[in-house]
Each structure stands twice: as structure tokens, then as C-alpha cells.
Design a protein around this ligand. Sequence first.
Ligand code: FPP
Length: 246
Amino acid sequence: MPMLASDMSSVEAILDLNKIPNHVAIIMDGNGRWAKANRVSRKKGHEAGSQAFLEVVKRMIEYNIKFISMFAWSTENWGRPKNEVASLMELSKEFISNNLELIHENNIKVNHLGNLHNLPADLQEKINESISLTKNNTGATINIAFDYGGKQDIVSAVKKIIAEGILEENINEEVISNNLATANIPDPDLIIRPGGEKRISNFLIWQAAYAEYYFTNTLWPDFNAKEIDRALEEFNNRDRRFGLTS
Ligand code: FPP
């Protein structure tokens, strides 16, 4: 497989590979500011962001990270200028077309989080194609959050629970988790946010209850394999107590 010829010897010295997170979620942020800083269009910024996506996912697969969630488009992002929305939808469709084979060859399973029906029909088709092509793959799972909002996900879970007629005494955390878009996916262990902001922006808010956070000023298009190494090094040094004493 051309994509994933792995050489981890350089990081083995600093990282305990037994303490690699099972699920890493990334809020891709800073494409616009990167574009401004580099005096190119926002479209070019998003293009550079999609290249970073490939490099970063490749690195996480090398680390054998089993679940990867990438926040590509929030329910709030629809308020952006029409031409930016249109170019990002087009870019995402092309990105899937150009990389689906590679993803499939690498045994990666694609999953979508969010409202598929709001997306342009051709992008919906591409996402559905990538889900059905990769559904039996047994390697890593990549969740693409596209038109996703954590609060909306919880609202939708509550509606499903009511529709299923689940009785009040049977409602517990597991029932809620099982009705979210991430049912059957373990909660994220590490949430990475590049781009300088220190907030979660409605991403996996229920699931992030005990996640570790890694923030960096690096803008998403400049985020790369080395940055993943740094984030994992910091995760390695975190003491996760899940509310218990040390
Ligand atoms: C945030 O930067 C980024 C986005 C809203 C889009 C993320 C999308 C990609 C990286 C393209 C790849 C997508 C797929 C599905 C592979 P921003 O525009 O909010 O940056 P700013 O805060 O600097 O303005």
C-alpha cells in the first residue's frame, strides 16, 4: 500500500506506543486565516486544508489509531458566504472522488456524522458511495462530521428514544449514547484543535466528557505529521483519572 509504508522508529524513542489514544477527534480550523496570511483565496485555504487532512490521517493510521473523527462542516457553517459554501461542497466531493480508492485499499471504513440530507445531491451520493464501498473494512474508522452539531445530535437522540417508546426508568447514559450519531463508536480520548481557539464548537459535546484536549496555534493547513507526534506526546504525559483520585 503506497500510502502507509510506516516508519515509526523516530517516534518510538519519545512515545509510549502502548498509550496511543483509541479515538482522536480533530476540529479543523484556520483555513481562512491561512489563506489570508498566504494572500490566496479562501478556496485555496480549504484546498490546503484537505491536503493536511490526508497527511494527518496517514500519520494517525501509522499509529494504529482505530477511530478518527474529523469536523469538516458544522451546522453553523451554512451562514458563510454562498460562494465559499459552494466551493467547499465541490472540493469535498472532488476530495472523496480522488481519495476513495486509496482509503478503501487501506482497509479504512468511512462513516458520516450529521445531516446528510442538507448537502448537495452529488456530495450526498459520494458520501453514500464511500460508506457502502468501505462498510466491511476492518481497519480504522474515519468519521467525517459534515453538517454536524453536537446539540442537534442530542436532540435527535431524544426524539429517537421517545419514538422507540423507551420508558423513563430505562433511560440511562448507554441508551443516550446508543442513539447518537456515534452509536457503537467509543468516546474520543483526545480532541485536537488547531487554529488558536480554545473551544469545542459543538463537536461531540456528549462524547467529549472525559476527553483530553490539545490546542495549538498552528493553522489547520500547516498541521502535519509532526504536529500529530507532538499531540500524542502530550497525550502520553496526561494523567487520565476519569474523576478518580491519583
Ligand atoms: C475551518 O477553517 C475549516 C472548515 C470550515 C472546513 C474544513 C474543511 C476542510 C479542511 C476540507 C477538507 C474536507 C474534507 C471532507 C476532506 P475556517 O475557514 O473556519 O478558518 P478561519 O477560522 O481561519 O476563517
